[in-house]
Design a protein around this ligand. Structure first.
Ligand SMILES: Cc1ncc(C[n+]2csc(CCOP(=O)(O)OP(=O)(O)O)c2C)c(N)n1
Ligand code: SF4
Ligand SMILES: [Mg+2]
Length: 299
């Protein structure tokens, strides 16, 4: 009898060069370049198999992100990236789900979806590239634009109180929340790495300058421009929600680092538990038989 042996395929480690997808269409100096470079660096370091990476985005300059990554990706509907990512995360727990959003995409049109993905603690990492303006549509006021910001929607300056993303994320129930600045790439890499390693809904809010429509917005937090990049104090307890809230209340430029990191069961784990319980009750019945039984109950 001839035996057929299965060849063992040795997977070669990949380099960040192999992750490069389409040429980014961002303007020169756009802060988003730094986030993309960091993502490549982290994937290379972690050697997550390329077929297990999925980058999901909504609409905006920042949301063009998945095109620039040579792995699976989805450029979805404006504000619905977290909702789409929820479905992917729950049905494919083997994938690493990373979502890339802008301030408009995440906190304005997508604010509701963000809140529910956070409270359900869906396993994914969300990176918000916050430039405090709608960049793609050429300068409208965003939910994080400061009061007085002149834009095409507020010709004499915005009068609306801006969202404080950190306060909002804490209140929503995100279990890992960090803040960084695209001009500090090592810091972005550090907090993004921690976010990717977190078992739950992790968010990194990154100040990412729009050089075209809001230049200099974050100079106050950039030491190279005379600003102050103040780290979260070492003694801060990352499990202390009230302490995280106090950090979030600091005036601009505020603090940078991990504000909150708590362990709470993910919906992924809870749902898997329910499915296993149901399976153990029905013994050997296959899904089709279960479905038939449900229909029979209604007959
Ligand atoms: C349903 C819907 N409404 C409005 C738009 C127009 N639109 C496209 S991107 C965008 C704002 C994007 O801003 P942000 O998320 O901050 O991304 P940025 O371009 O600044 O990175 C808007 C209003 C759209 N594409 N779809
Ligand atoms: S318009 Fe602003 S956010 Fe968009 S690519 Fe240019 S610099 Fe970046
Ligand atoms: Mg924006």
């Amino acid at each position: 009898m001839t035996t057929i042996s299965t060849p063992t395929i040795e997977l070669k480690a990949y380099t960040k060069k192999e992750l490069v997808g389409d040429q980014p269409t961002w303007c020169p100096g756009c802060g988003d370049f730094s986030i993309l470079a960091t993502y490549f660096k982290l994937l290379e370091k972690r050697q997550i198999p390329r077929e297990k990476i999925i980058s999901i985005a909504g609409i905006g300059c920042s949301s063009r992100f998945p095109y620039f990554v040579n792995a699976y990706g989805v450029h979805f509907v404006h504000g619905r990236a977290a909702a789409f990512a929820t479905g992917v995360s729950l049905t494919r727990p083997d994938l690493h789900v990373c979502v890339f959003s802008g301030d408009g995409d995440a906190y304005s049109i997508g604010g509701n979806h963000l809140t529910h993905a956070a409270r359900k603690n869906i396993k994914m990492t969300l990176v918000v590239m916050d430039n405090q303006v709608y960049g793609l549509t050429k300068k409208q006021t965003s939910p994080t634009s400061p009061i007085g910001f002149k834009s095409k929607t507020d010709l004499t300056g915005s009068v609306d109180h801006p969202i404080n993303p950190m306060k909002q994320l804490i209140a929503a129930g995100a279990t890992f929340i960090a803040r960084s600045h695209s001009h500090m790439p090592n810091h972005v890499a550090d907090v993004m790495d921690q976010a990717i390693g977190h078992d739950g809904f992790s968010v990194v809010e990154v100040l990412s300058e729009c050089t075209e429509f809001f230049p200099g917005a974050f100079d106050g937090a950039n030491p190279r421009k005379g600003g102050a990049f103040t780290l979260v104090p070492k003694e801060h307890d990352v499990t202390d929600e009230a302490g995280a809230y106090k950090l979030a209340m600091a005036d601009f430029p505020g603090y940078f680092g991990v504000f909150l990191k708590v362990n709470r069961p993910t919906k992924n784990a809870l749902e898997a538990g329910l499915i296993n319980d149901a399976k153990s009750k029905i013994g050997t019945a296959v899904p089709l038989e279960m479905l038939q039984k449900s229909f029979d109950r209604f007959a």
